[in-house]
Design a protein around this ligand. Structure first.
Ligand SMILES: [Mg+2]
Length: 247
């Protein structure tokens, strides 16, 4: 993860140089705002988080978006009753500030899903999570199965590499439509008010957030890695968010 320091070298020297009214904030969810759990369903949303996100969004004039690998519906479920601008599935689905949705067309084919669910059945502990456009194979609870999961996913994507690709995350492998990334999500949001013209700050914890960091830097902003800027602690990100919300 240390290479992130160079890839996300900020054009702004420190966050203190970015007044809240000039900031556009992009936040990953798992491992950034909430602690990673054994399974995606098992995450716990701390009591204050929804209120703090809501207050931070107001302080930022609405220029706050969640940019997650989760299904958009899952993001909304976790943060209910909040309904923020958000990107789900790493940007395959984007809800713009005006509420309009922007979805990629491609969906992982049914026979690929069937092959992956077969793997789940054959190797207890491997967990397949189906999303609207993509699919995730989790091996957090069975690290020894990593090689098999990787090989299977690679073979599957080889059937249509023009339209799909593999994304390697923390103890997960995802198959998702090509050209979808958190960076594209940031670029998309930055074309719309209230994000447009602001200085983007992207906070994330995983390799899949690197594209988001790079896009933030392209717009003169900064990428903050949870490991480097918040001691690897989502609770420190939440503390920072609370301070931001209070102005
Ligand atoms: Mg994350």
């Amino acid at each position: 993860m240390t290479e992130l320091a160079s890839s996300s070298r900020p054009l702004v020297a420190s966050l203190d140089q970015v007044p809240v009214q000039d900031m556009a904030l992009f936040l990953d969810l798992d491992g950034t705002l909430v602690e990673i759990a054994a399974t995606p369903k098992a995450v716990v949303v701390p009591d204050d988080l929804v209120a703090d996100l809501s207050a931070a969004s107001k302080a930022l004039g609405g220029a706050l978006a969640i940019v997650s690998g989760r299904d958009l519906a899952e993001v909304d479920r976790l943060l209910a009753p909040l309904c923020l601008p958000a990107a789900g599935e790493h940007g395959a689905v984007i809800r713009l500030p005006n509420g309009k949705r922007d979805d990629v067309e491609a969906k992982v084919p049914d026979d690929w899903l069937a092959a992956l669910f077969q793997l789940q059945q054959a190797r207890p502990g491997v967990m397949i999570e189906r999303k609207a456009h993509s699919v995730v194979a989790h091996f957090r609870n069975v690290p020894l199965e990593e090689e098999l999961v990787r090989r299977t996913a690679t073979e599957i994507v080889a059937r249509d590499p023009e339209h799909f690709e593999i994304l390697h995350g923390k103890m997960v492998i995802e198959i998702l439509p090509r050209n979808v990334s958190k960076g594209h999500a940031v670029q998309r949001f930055m074309r719309f008010a209230p994000f447009r013209g602001r200085i983007p700050v992207f906070v994330g914890d995983d390799v899949t957030d690197e594209d988001g960091f790079e896009a933030a830097v392209e717009f003169g902003g900064v990428g903050l890695h949870v490991a480097e800027s918040f001691g690897g602690q989502p609770q420190e990100v939440r503390r920072w968010l609370k301070r931001l919300a209070q102005g």
